[in-house]
Unconditional design. Structure first.
Length: 438
């Protein structure tokens, strides 16, 4: 598809994303694969169909599928308190109250658990154990996983819940998670280019795409390592993820090689709860996968440091695609690619509107450079960094605020700077403070 490749190449350049790889499937068979761009910006190695990318959060539905296979075997129960079988760690009490958390809730992000996602580690850093991650102790770089909402009452995306599931699978089977998922999912689906090993083994480094930030610059350590393997640790290719999606389609259809019983296969792709955000028209949670309103489409997005990707499939028609990129701005490339694929292959009811970023104008960025004082107290400076801002608060290392609109910049999920009425406003956890220029 020369038109698809040309569009992706244009988007890679516009959004400072070095490379992309994709696979499209029709009638339950891989119809075409394609690549564009480079493994690393400034290098000469082109992305190939064998180049490994981080699947990021697409790791989660793969892990859930492994869990469901153990449910099918009677080793686990979807609706049992996970503390009954956890031996290495327990979901802790919240004050005087001991919450009950189930696998169904963990798989549908309704367990009320904390820790949305994980920033990763330099791949040569000392990595925490799973129990250290759950407890939030060194060398872990995230808080401990705790219940702070009543389980089952609402959707809240929580990578921390997937780590609880990871520990449970290891406790019940006595098998390391990576080996277990290879046996239960990767090998049965023929995903020979997929590995949850963290850090990535040295012998695979030459095949791995380098991660890049919003400016298109390689990360210092080439990529981050994710010991939170079930939530974010899968290295793979679009072809292997297409095999996964096709396998799920076949499992739902009840073919002879189905990995799950018909009842569990249907539960996996049945809405458990409505999500609080929609991605590619997917606004419900099944078990592991996001679903559209009708249940006809299922998929999952992924975003690790320097990688963005998306998987989408039609439950009954054997159609779908996977697009993977090695840049923090890759979401825009992915969304445009899916719109083009959907149009070319005649996908039913796929949303064609692509919400491309409304980036700040050069004059807005130039005007923001300078020294400020926050609410008449703390001083900070702003420098321009590409389409974003480098903000240095007194006594703190610099922070990179990236654009979320033409007038709004954010770092993380809760701190923003907004140009408003000719001035600058700092926002954090609902509080707003005026920024006075000095």
């Amino acid at each position: 598809m020369d038109v698809l490749r040309a569009g992706i190449e244009t988007d890679l350049e516009e959004f400072k994303v070095p490379g992309a790889s994709w696979a499209v499937f029709e009638d339950g068979e891989i119809h075409q694969t394609g690549t564009a761009g480079l493994v690393e910006a400034g290098g000469s190695a082109a992305v190939t169909p064998d180049t490994l990318f981080q699947a990021a959060s697409i790791s989660k539905p793969v892990a859930v599928l492994a869990m469901l296979r153990l449910v099918d075997r009677g080793l686990l129960d979807l609706d049992e308190d996970v503390n009954r079988k956890l031996t290495s760690w327990q979901v802790p009490p919240t004050g005087y109250w001991q919450p009950v958390v189930t696998l169904r809730q963990l798989a549908s992000h309704t367990a009320g658990l904390t820790v949305h996602g994980f920033p990763g580690y330099r791949h040569d850093d000392a990595l925490p154990t799973t129990v250290q991650i759950l407890d939030g102790v060194r060398p872990t770089n995230t808080f401990g996983v705790r219940v702070d909402l009543i389980p089952g009452t609402q959707f809240r995306y929580a990578g921390g819940g997937t780590i609880v599931m990871q520990q449970l699978l290891e406790d019940v089977t006595g098998t390391p998670f990576c080996e277990l998922v290879r046996e239960l999912v990767l090998e049965p689906f023929g995903m020979s280019d997929s590995d949850y090993a963290q850090p990535l083994p040295p012998e695979l480094h030459a095949r791995a795409a380098t991660a890049h930030d919003e400016l298109g610059c390689p990360l210092d350590s080439r990529w981050h390592a994710y010991p939170e393997v079930a939530a974010a640790g899968l290295w793979t290719t679009p072809t292997d993820l297409a095999k996964l999606a096709i396998g799920v389609q076949r499992t739902y259809a009840g073919t002879d090689d189905a990995l799950l019983s018909p009842e569990l296969a249907r539960q996996m792709l049945t809405s458990q709860i409505a999500a609080s955000e929609r991605i590619g028209g997917l606004g419900h949670l099944g078990l592991g996968f996001f679903l559209d309103d009708t249940g006809q489409r299922f998929g999952h997005s992924g975003g690790n440091a320097g990688f963005r990707c998306h998987l989408l499939a039609y439950r009954d028609t054997g159609q779908g695609a996977v697009v993977m990129t090695n840049g923090d701005n890759g979401s825009w490339v992915v969304m445009s690619a899916f719109a083009a694929i959907a149009s070319a292959y005649g996908w039913e009811e796929y949303p064609q509107d692509v919400e491309l970023p409304d980036l700040p104008a050069d004059e807005v960025l130039a005007d923001l450079v300078g020294s400020y004082r926050l609410d008449g107290r703390m001083a900070f400076t702003i420098e321009r960094r590409g389409s974003g801002l480098e903000v240095t608060f007194d006594g703190q290392p610099p922070l990179r605020f990236m654009p979320r609109s033409a007038t709004r910049f954010a770092v993380g999920t809760g701190t923003e700077l907004e140009v408003r009425d000719g001035g600058l406003v700092f926002q954090q956890e609902g509080a707003e403070l005026a920024c006075a220029r000095e």
